[in-house]
Design a protein. Structure first.
Length: 258
């Protein structure tokens, strides 16, 4: 009785495959016909299962236990015995990647909607899940970097944009990354972390060396660090190219007095 109850519970998982079975007709089938019948029923419902034995210790049973064995039913893909196993594994991997890509795309669409609604934490969570599924898509990291920027998490924004540019170097995101470095330098300067501010200003200039405002801020950071000699040399270099900027002459005079 316990065996039957256990098998009945297991069978409930598959019972929708066998609605309205004629048990009398089933009892008249031989072993081969029963296996074929059950296999066709499973396949018609989209299932692919291992080989089944429909007898229990050689004795036919007139109840639902006939459908089950002491071995669990374990799903497995059908493999052509004459086919190439490597090819089969490749097809399975492609199928899984396709499914992951579809789910990731849906999550990114939802994240963009959340970003538009200023629900930045929700957008961040959805983009992180999408990246877990498809970590090879550069635009996902770029979007997560933008969300982090909205949350004023400059460090996270920089990490994501750097990863995005590594995956897709020709995307033109270097200017945006340099701007985030510049914003981070300003934030660190306000927190009186002058060394960190100078570091990120240098990163910004490395990515965008022609941005004049970055150069001016670098000079200000050097002055704040009391690197007066280096600051004066740098300011004089800027004045040589931009002799119409009053702030540079003011900074030069302040540095000379130190």
């Amino acid at each position: 009785k316990q065996w039957y109850q256990r098998r009945r519970r297991e069978f409930q998982t598959f019972q929708h495959y066998f609605i309205q079975i004629n048990l009398r007709r089933y009892g008249e089938m031989n072993e081969f016909e029963r296996n074929d019948y059950l296999r066709r029923a499973l396949q018609s419902a989209g299932g692919q299962f291992s080989e089944l034995s429909l007898s229990h210790q050689g004795e036919e049973m007139a109840d639902l236990g006939t459908f089950l064995t002491d071995r669990p039913l374990t799903p497995r893909p059908e493999v052509d015995p004459g086919g190439d196993p490597a090819s089969t594994e490749s097809k399975i991997a492609e199928s899984l990647n396709r499914i992951k890509g579809q789910k990731a795309s849906k999550l990114v669409t939802e994240a963009c909607a959340a970003l538009k609604a200023s629900q930045f934490s929700t957008a961040m969570a959805k983009l992180s899940r999408a990246i877990q599924m498809r970590g090879d898509v550069a635009s996902y990291y770029m979007l997560r970097g933008e969300v982090a920027l909205q949350l004023t998490d400059f460090k996270e924004a920089i990490v994501n944009y750097e990863h995005a540019t590594q995956l897709q170097e020709d995307a033109g995101w270097q200017d945006r990354l340099s701007f985030i470095h510049f914003l981070n330098s300003q934030s660190l300067y306000n927190e009186q972390d002058f060394g960190g501010a100078l570091k990120h200003a240098n990163h910004a200039l490395l990515l965008n060396p022609d941005k004049f405002v970055y150069k001016v801020r670098k000079a200000a950071y050097l002055f704040a660090l009391e690197e007066h000699r280096e600051c004066l040399q740098y300011v004089e270099t800027l004045i040589a190219d931009h002799d119409d900027i009053a702030d540079l002459f003011i900074l030069q005079g302040q540095t000379e007095r130190r």
